[in-house]
Design a protein around this ligand. Structure first.
Ligand code: ADP
Length: 267
């Protein structure tokens, strides 16, 4: 519902003012909707042809034996950059959908320990970092640490973890550890991604979840980021009924904590 000023028995100047206010508010809301639809349509229209271009580039890469080294390099750059734009468009689409309340989530019970191990093993071969997984159960029910479940959207939760691990790797030196921790408490489950990277200074810590916000423009650009990753992570986590926080110290590293409701709690 939209805010409306209602003043039934007020003097006519005030009623006029209220009417003007309501008209302007409704125009503002229309233009916000139009802007959202515009972003969503443009992203969608661009994504399809770019995905085709990317497919051709990849098939050329597979048959690049007869190319010179410089040509191969140009081809590789074209493929990487195209992929980056496709990812950016996907992110814009996700945010536009979430804004308009159309982000579809498929809820299912998820074994978090299994998911963490799966994501860690996916990330490991591509990374010069060691990805460690630690699982701990802190509730009264003892040691059954192997089965910690939540109700969430599996592919979205995987996207959240991959984004956080990707950042942990991007913003830390090679061969430093990245640790994934899973804690189960009575009322919620906490997933943590920690790194020993460059860290984030306190004034930036709340702002990094804003769209397009980056602490260091130059560094982020060179690592391929758009500044949308964490805003999507936050949107997805909140969409699944959870929250995300960061604890970090400049020069020492960062800990991102995602908490999700424990489905065994009857509210
Ligand atoms: P980007 O695409 O730039 O990585 P994100 O939304 O994922 O965008 O992150 C926003 C900013 O937060 C980054 O540009 C970076 O400055 C900072 N940041 C995110 N994760 C970390 C991390 N693990 N360590 C240090 N800085 C981080």
């Amino acid at each position: 519902g939209q805010a409306q000023l209602q003043l039934d028995s007020a003097p006519s100047e005030v009623t006029d003012l209220a009417q003007t206010f309501n008209t302007m508010l409704s125009r503002l809301s229309d233009s916000w909707t139009q802007q959202r639809e515009f972003v969503s349509n443009v992203s969608h229209e661009l994504r399809t042809p770019l995905t085709i271009v990317h497919g051709y580039l990849q098939s050329m890469q597979r048959r690049s034996q007869n190319l010179t080294e410089a040509q191969q390099e140009a081809l590789d750059i074209a493929a990487v950059e195209t992929e980056r734009i496709i990812r950016l468009l996907q992110d814009l689409l996700d945010l536009a959908r979430a804004d308009s309340g159309y982000l579809h989530l498929s809820w299912e019970p998820i074994d978090l320990a299994a998911l963490l191990r799966e994501v860690a093993s996916m990330a490991d071969p591509f990374s010069s970092h060691t990805i460690q997984v630690e699982i701990e159960r802190l509730d009264a029910h003892g040691s059954g640490a192997e089965s910690i479940h939540v109700k969430a959207d599996r592919s979205r939760l995987r996207q959240v973890l991959i984004n956080l691990i990707d950042n942990a790797v991007k913003y830390s030196e090679p061969h430093t550890p990245v640790t994934l921790r899973l804690h189960q408490f009575d009322e919620f489950v906490a997933l943590q991604v920690s790194d020993r990277g460059c860290g984030i200074d306190l004034p930036h810590q709340t702002r990094i979840f804003e769209r397009f916000y980056r602490v260091d423009e130059a560094r982020s650009r060179s690592t391929g980021g758009s500044g949308l990753g964490l805003s999507i992570v936050k949107t997805l986590v909140e969409g699944m009924g959870g929250s995300i926080t960061v604890r970090s110290k400049l020069g020492e590293g960062s800990v991102f904590t995602v908490t999700l409701p424990n489905p065994s709690v009857k509210l």
